[in-house]
Design a protein around this ligand. Sequence first.
Ligand code: SAM
Length: 297
Amino acid sequence: MPKGNPPQVFQQTTTIEVDPAILTQNNDDDYESSGYSLNSEVDRYIYENDDVPMRVLDIGTGTGIWAIDFADKYPNCQVLGTDLSPIQPIYVPPNCRFEVDDAEQDWLWPVDHFDFIHLRNLAQSMSSYPALLRQAYSHLKPGAYLELGELGAEIYSDDNTLSPTHGFKRFLNCIDTAFTAMGRPQQTAATIQKLLEDAGFIDIQVSSFKQPFGPWPQDPRMKQIGAMVLVMAQTALEAYGMAPFTRYLGMSQEEAAQICDAGVASVRNRHNHVYSYYHIAYGRKPYPEEMSSCDEQ
Ligand SMILES: C[S@@+](CC[C@H](N)C(=O)[O-])C[C@H]1O[C@@H](n2cnc3c(N)ncnc32)[C@H](O)[C@@H]1O
């Protein structure tokens, strides 16, 4: 990217369609949670340089939804999504493709190659987040940005509906212990800031957004986000919990499943008004002349 034509940073908000059924309650205290469409809502960067195809990399792309959306939105970008699992769809925008690649191995792309690198929800996937960020830094062009998103580990309630015996709190306490034992700790705004600093990024911004668990908020937008998070939680607690609980905390399968189930039940309980923070951060790789002589050694 030519200097003097810096990327423009902006926030994109997408509309989230939620089936009204999600907002009505059952006979019990649970939310009705039948079908609605999921969408993503992220901070994005646009590289306004129509002449040059911009190289964008989404590491650990998962379903590929972020890469596909980004490619649709920015036809001047060539978007590459990588993952260990080839689960991405076949029909994708012409400027989007996927490759099976292990992000923990040495990257084979040239250094100073990408215009933008995106990572999301990888804190528990990587054995070394610092090593991942070091590689990302090396393969970004000087002046280019990296963005990452991670869910915060703490949950809160503003109306005292989060008791110490709250099933979700117990689940989170266990998972925090297990992730730490695995050497894949959960991230906070402060640890993300430090990870980016240590990797060499500058102009770092970390933003933390409230993420309600369940459609309990009055605000329509927060209600929609809470509804999406509720559906995510109904499968994610077991998906994230079972292996760490049985392999690192010595629990039986039954005990681990019971903690996951109790966590889901308390998130589904409409009387529990809990939220956490989702952290989105970005940093810029400095131009050579912006690096202090110490950095260059
Ligand atoms: C929690 S999912 C996040 C998916 C996606 N980034 C998102 O936010 O929608 C973590 C992803 O990381 C992938 N993953 C785990 N280890 C990886 C590795 N060493 N290299 C590449 N991808 C990896 C997993 O296969 C999974 O798709």
